[in-house]
Design a protein around this ligand. Structure first.
Ligand SMILES: [Ca+2]
Ligand SMILES: [Ca+2]
Ligand SMILES: [Ca+2]
Length: 207
């Protein structure tokens, strides 16, 4: 099933990284957006799995290097850690999403699949609450690292979100009274148009 799914996905190249003499060497990164998910595939030139290896994706969702954690030239507000863990004598692949807010906080685990040369994972776009994200990838193996890109970042445009998503600060898919008040304050301060405020109010009425 997962193999068929992977074959059906049309991958768009995102990064071609240099061959570097490091523990786990990133070669190519691809992405795809389908069914409201962002799918990301990472290929290595020397792929192997062990419990001392991980690959992280650092994501700047507000495109502001002053928020989150500085890596290359971005301020990462989220990161996704892909790692391998021994369960019942089998090495299994995991992907966990973290969000930065006075430290890194676990959000949820993501679907992740092994491929011949690496892995790919899926993240629901609406979790990121952004129309464009900046990304940096980094591997770690026994103290050796590979960055991709080696400097700077790459960007991906995400499908446009309905405005209310931005005010759903507790991520429960609803707009509560305090979240509506935040939207009204932004509207009073000219940060939100009448139509955008109506979008939030309509969601509040049905929440
Ligand atoms: Ca590399
Ligand atoms: Ca940021
Ligand atoms: Ca590199």
């Amino acid at each position: 099933m997962n193999l068929i799914l992977a074959l059906l996905i049309t991958w768009t190249p995102l990064i071609t990284d240099a061959t570097e003499n490091v523990g786990l060497d990133i070669k190519e990164v691809y992405y795809n957006i389908s069914d409201e998910n962002l799918n990301v595939k990472v290929e290595f030139s020397n792929f192997f799995k062990d419990e001392f290896t991980s690959c992280s994706t650092w994501i700047d969702t507000d495109r502001n290097r002053g928020t989150g954690v500085l890596i290359n030239d971005i301020g990462a507000d989220y990161y996704i850690l892909v790692y391998y863990w021994m369960e019942d004598e089998t090495l299994t692949t995991h992907a966990d999403l973290y969000r930065y807010s006075e430290g890194w906080n676990f959000v949820q685990s993501l679907d992740v699949h092994d491929t011949q040369n690496g892995f790919w994972y899926s993240i629901p776009c609406d979790l990121l609450k952004s129309s464009e994200i900046y990304l940096v990838f980094k591997t770690w193996h026994m103290g050796e690292e590979d960055f991709a890109p080696n400097s700077g970042n790459v960007s991906i445009s995400l499908p446009q979100l309905e405005v209310w998503n931005i005010y759903d600060s507790n991520d429960n898919g609803k707009i509560e009274d305090d979240e509506l008040i935040d939207a009204i304050m932004d509207w009073l301060n000219g940060k939100l148009s009448d139509l955008e405020l109506i979008n939030v109010i309509l969601k509040w009425l049905t929440s």
